[in-house]
Design a protein around this ligand. Structure first.
Ligand SMILES: C[S@@+](CC[C@H](N)C(=O)[O-])C[C@H]1O[C@@H](n2cnc3c(N)ncnc32)[C@H](O)[C@@H]1O
Length: 269
């Protein structure tokens, strides 16, 4: 496993549904963090999940993303259509690797690079990958996407990450995806977007389906403070500027959206 740097105990951008104590940070004489990875995260206000956000993630996300299971099924179906049989697949912000397990079962020839900066999410992913006996098909990279090795992949999936990336960092994040894909390679992307629905309808849906009111309140607070969703038009524009083409929508449930696009340029066969 490549391990560029861990974010253990560091919550530069307070992130999670549960409160997490602000850790003590060692400073150099100029008053900067000594830990270069933590410093980079802090400077970029990046969004690696804290230990608290990782806790119980798999169960929570399936309840809180509308149509989560269907979206994952559709991702797998589209991957079947678009990914080459022996594809090297990049998973950007792979979290606990739920999507990796679903894809690995569907495409026995696919190998994966799973990039995830949160040590806690990565620890769960490592256990799941080992339990599924997938170790020889998976490279786990504990890093922000733009710190991951510059290896060209044949396809990519970026699930539920973009709405956490700060506005100013979105172009760089998408460019980091594009530079790790060969021309013509497909990109599947899911995110929460700003689709102009009435305020509160997402929280109303959560309450209607029995999610505890305290959790819904925390989710609403998190959404307002932390999420940085784009409109679909802005998302398409950002993707085009980063070098993606033919972006089209394959899924929408409330603001949860799925996109398929391609790295611009002719494939070199
Ligand atoms: C909501 S989780 C999604 C996890 C998984 N893809 C899924 O669908 O369940 C978002 C993940 O993106 C990761 N993340 C945030 N910023 C990132 C970045 N710049 N590069 C790579 N991963 C990032 C977070 O640490 C977190 O684990």
């Amino acid at each position: 496993m490549v391990k560029n740097g861990a974010v253990h105990g560091i919550a530069p951008f307070h992130f999670g549904l549960l409160p997490q104590a602000t850790p003590k940070v060692a400073l150099d004489p100029a008053g900067r963090d000594r830990n270069p990875v933590a410093r980079k995260h802090r400077e970029r206000k990046m969004t690696a999940f804290s230990d608290a956000a990782a806790e119980d993630y798999d169960r929570r996300i399936a309840r809180m993303a509308p149509g989560y299971d269907l979206a994952l099924e559709l991702v797998v179906a589209l991957a079947h259509c678009c990914f080459p049989a022996n594809a090297r697949v990049l998973l950007a912000g792979s979290g606990t690797c739920a999507e990796l397990l679903a894809l690995a079962a569907a495409g026995p020839g696919w190998r994966f690079t799973a990039v995830e900066p949160s040590a806690a999410m990565m620890a769960m992913a490592r256990e799941k990958v080992a339990a599924a006996g997938l170790g020889d098909r998976v490279t786990l990279v504990e890093a922000m996407l733009d710190d991951a090795p510059l290896v060209e992949h044949d396809a990519a999936l970026c699930a539920l990450v973009m709405h956490f990336v700060p506005d100013g960092a979105k172009p760089g994040f998408l460019a980091a995806l594009a530079t790790r894909l060969r021309p013509g390679a497909p990109l599947l992307l899911t995110e929460f977007a700003d689709v102009g629905l009435p305020e509160g309808c997402y929280e109303g849906w959560l309450l209607d389906r029995g999610v505890e009111p305290a959790l819904v309140a925390r989710a609403a607070d998190w959404r307002r403070r932390v999420w940085r969703p784009t409109t679909p038009e802005q998302g398409r524009d950002l993707a085009a500027r980063a070098g993606f083409t033919d972006f089209r929508n394959f899924f929408q449930a409330l603001g949860f959206q799925g996109w398929l696009g391609f790295r611009a340029g002719a494939p070199s066969n």
